[in-house]
Design a protein around this ligand. Structure first.
Ligand SMILES: [Zn+2]
Length: 401
């Protein structure tokens, strides 16, 4: 294969039992553009049927970029969206592989850990929005938790702390690493969920990094717009629920219902975890009690941030996506001898109607995967082009992951 990385990918599980495939172990139950949920930014994902507890293997050598094993439940209930245990690996060529629905406590690696292809990174399961034990595997071009940095300066630069954060799916441009960060006093919004125009004193908000509580009632965009209207330098939405949705789900864009010009924001926007929000709130309160000025927050790009290629950035912006929205990349599985069975995605191609129409069943036809593929090629491409237009226009839908 011409692809320089063609021989370095492998299936994320072993099909060692000769009866395994007969039992459906490792069978692809949803492929590209599957009607169940592999649409939009998940277009090129694969779901493999696996019994709970099956070792999940690194598809390729890399470094753990995200790992979450705290969730315990799974099913097709809406409240389980964004609550799948998962591991994300960062690879050397600006790609990330993702492994979702792992078992409760089924994460065997820690963020920052280096892994080799074939290393066990966890155990498969059925957590989150899932109709049965399976592994969701895909390759994306960006990992929001790797794109942004949020630094809390509570007392002095010497005590600066990095907080867990993710760039929002909607955001103004974050300052590059080499540029000065957007920095300002940390101010909690009043009302805390930004359910109305902010009532804080104008002088307090001007140039501030405004924190706003996440809630189900007020749209993220409205929160950020109210912060911008009040003169804030950046907006940080805090997930106040300890067991609330993970950051990645919070940053999902609204390409389905809104036009790009409706959701472009003029200021950098981040999401932070419950723990980070609690830490900032504590720092604000302790300094207020001491009669001191509020702590400062600095917002910038992470050292791991890699900008999209110019043509990709242009395509993404043309579709109203920020540069932080993960887009799945086409992955092909070739049988020994080079035989390509079923649909083999091509970079930038919209899967033909037959692949889409057949839904879950076509997941097999479109994504039939050999037990021991001779080669897996991941096409480091760009956003699928002509989304929603042309002869293969498709109906947007959101049905979890
Ligand atoms: Zn899936």
């Amino acid at each position: 294969m011409a692809d320089a990385f063609a021989d370095s990918w492998r299936l994320p599980f072993n099909t060692s039992s000769r009866f395994g495939s007969l039992l459906g172990r490792g069978r692809c139950v949803q492929g590209n553009d599957g009607f169940e949920s592999h649409t939009q930014t998940l277009r090129y994902a694969y779901d493999f049927s696996l019994p709970t507890g099956t070792p999940v293997l690194a598809s390729r050598s890399g470094v753990v970029a995200a790992a979450c094993g705290v969730y315990r439940r799974g099913g097709l209930r809406l409240e389980l969206k964004g609550r799948a245990n998962h591991v994300v690996l960062r690879h050397g060529d600006r790609l990330y592989s993702r492994y979702y629905h792992l078992a409760p406590g089924g994460v065997a690696v820690a963020v920052g850990q280096a892994v080799a292809a074939g290393d066990v990174i966890g155990r498969s399961g059925n957590t989150g929005y899932s109709g049965g034990p399976h592994l969701h595997w895909d390759v994306v071009d960006v990992e929001p938790q790797e794109t942004a940095m949020l630094t809390l300066h509570a007392d002095s630069p010497a005590t600066a702390r990095e907080l867990g954060c993710a760039a929002a799916g909607f955001s103004g441009v974050l300052p590059p690493c080499e540029a000065p960060a957007v920095e300002g006093p940390a101010v909690w919004a009043d009302p805390p969920t930004a359910s109305a125009d902010l009532r804080n004193p104008a002088a307090e908000l001007e140039g501030a990094v405004v924190l706003i509580e996440r809630c189900a009632e007020v749209d993220f965009l409205d929160k950020a717009r109210r912060a911008a209207a009040a003169g804030a330098a950046a907006a940080v939405v805090v997930n106040t629920q300890a067991a609330g949705p993970e950051l990645l789900t919070m940053s999902v864009p609204k390409v389905l219902t809104m036009r790009p010009e409706e959701y472009r924001l003029p200021l950098p926007c981040l999401m932070v975890t419950h723990l980070s929000g609690t830490e900032v709130r504590g720092a604000i309160e302790s300094r207020r009690a001491a009669g001191a000025l509020p702590p400062r927050l600095a917002v910038g790009r992470s050292p791991h941030f890699r900008p999209r290629r110019p043509e990709e950035a242009e395509a993404a912006l043309g579709r109203g996506l920020s540069e932080f929205v993960p887009l799945t990349q086409p992955a092909r599985f070739l049988w020994p001898g080079g035989r390509a069975d079923g649909y083999q995605p091509r970079a930038g191609e919209v899967p033909p109607p037959a692949v889409q129409r057949a839904g879950r069943a076509a997941g097999r036809a479109s994504g039939r995967v050999p037990a021991s593929p001779a080669v897996i090629t991941v096409l480091s491409a760009s956003a699928p082009r002509d989304q929603g237009r042309g002869p293969w226009a498709w109906t947007p839908r959101v049905k979890g992951n």
